[in-house]
Design a binder for this molecule. Sequence first.
Ligand code: G6P
Length: 606
Amino acid sequence: MCGIVGYIGKRDVAPLLLEGLQRLEYRGYDSAGIALHAGGKTGGLKSAKAKGRVRELESRLPKRFNGTTGIAHTRWATHGAPNDVNAHPHLDADEKVAVVHNGIIDNAADLRTRLTAEGFVFVSDTDTEVLAHLIARSEAGTLEEKVREAVGHIEGTYGIAVLHADFPDRIVVARNGSPVVLGIGEKEMFVSSDVAALVSHTRQVVTLDDGEMATLRADDYRTYTTEGSSTSAQPTTVEWEAESYDMGGHDTYMHKEIHEQADAVDRALRGRIDDRFSTVHLGGLNLDARDARAVRRVKILGCGTSYHAGQIGAQMIEELARIPADAEPASEFRYRNPVVDPDTLYIAVSQSGETYDVLAAVQELKRKGARVLGLVNVVGSAIARETDGGIYVHAGPEVCVVSTKCFTNMVVSFGLLALHLGRTRDLSVADGKRIIEGLRKLPGQIEEILANEAQIEELAKEYAEAKSMMFIGRVRGYPVAREASLKLKEVSYIHAEAYPASELKHGPLALIEPAMPTVAIVPDDELLEKNRAALEEIKARSGRILAVAHQVQEKADHTIVVPKNEDELDAILMGIPLQLFAYYTAKAMGRDIDKPRNLAKSVTVE
Ligand code: G6P
């Protein structure tokens, strides 16, 4: 949520920062802005900001807007409306200090009152502006000390980058709870909140820890704590290729990412299957067989799509390992003073590894002595670092705000974990083998589903006229219905709700009429007849039905047929056509598919 990018070197900084902002735009797109050292005789800072997208900012940049050192930001509004004034960077009254900030300053109101009483004049409604004034107010001799002093007054979370007119040879950055990554170039340095903005320039990065700061100069960098003692953060190499962030001939990232799923699943399986013992190796789990056997419950925590992946994961773990398991939104869990049980294995699931509610739940659990694993996509992210071990889902970078390939890889990774836990317990060799065969079939079956794109496009055009849709499923199909309903509403803005098929008659059946279509998940498993009965109930009320099933459903108006896998793994595949359905519905409605209104990819605030 929100993106920071900065550069110091010899190149013209504005185009570089604009390119970085484009790469980060998926994190927030309410406004954007740039500040740079103007250099030359007059020196000083220059800044430009604009409400809306980065292209808006680009069209508004002043003619002479040159320099070789600058910082920039793309914003997802928290404090204050999304307008020009509230856009970052924020400057002090003398325009000596410019700050870009991700995170939330909890005591901003108090600081604002104090600073106003001292005569500082605030121009924006943001929490960030207090930082610009605090840094300007500091009488310390160096920029590092000024920033240190300023962040000392702050309660809350921040990832910041700071320019100061009197210190044109450096950018100072600091991190507490919001990511800051340095990019190490040849006689040039970059900083960003996300490697997405760095990989086209360098793959050598340094990820700051909470409580860490850094000074960037064109030819070196230094890291130290907010207390001032040096740290020795070492560069690592980013695995993801710059090309992974390009659209690669697709019209949107969503379309591209849906089509990457066969490869992504293949990557999640690669090197992990152990045919000899009909199980899987999960290197980073840090859970030996004895630990695995001691687990009495599994509790999965995540938000949004990741929470739905967790619901499917919990079912797989119960089925294959026979360990009681459930999933809960991390945002609810952390506020209900949960009973933390030493025999429960907690699993935090997150694409970004940054979602604040998930991170806060992990920290609370660890404080209470729980064992927490991460099921995460972004390597080295905060949640990956805070957990005791885990599984990287290897989906590759996901740029579209709504998650598709990462969801699928999360569910596959849960399948691997369920198999692993199952094989340390009572899952037989034969069943282990059966599940492995099922897993191996997934990439080919995903290709088969995607080959059916034209049918799904036609259906989506037809259903796009609905004002509201119902999604139903039973047991394994229910979380699939929930995720498909979320996908549709996020990207098309059509109201959708998901219900267990068995619960229809307890209320939602009242909504069924021809104008309210139902999307039904109908796997060929032991509940097939029960699901068919639900279709009958809907048909009897003249409801239209679109079924996703393993065979054509007579009662349905349309069926999207998907290939059958093992019963326990069917949920992985059944949602995939509905990703395309959501995509084509949104397309038919002319929606901004990669950047739905009001949303952001990584929600790093509460
Ligand atoms: C945001 C995104 C969702 C995502 C959720 C959790 O709300 O818009 O697509 O599912 O955050 O994100 P995470 O990175 O933790 O998986």
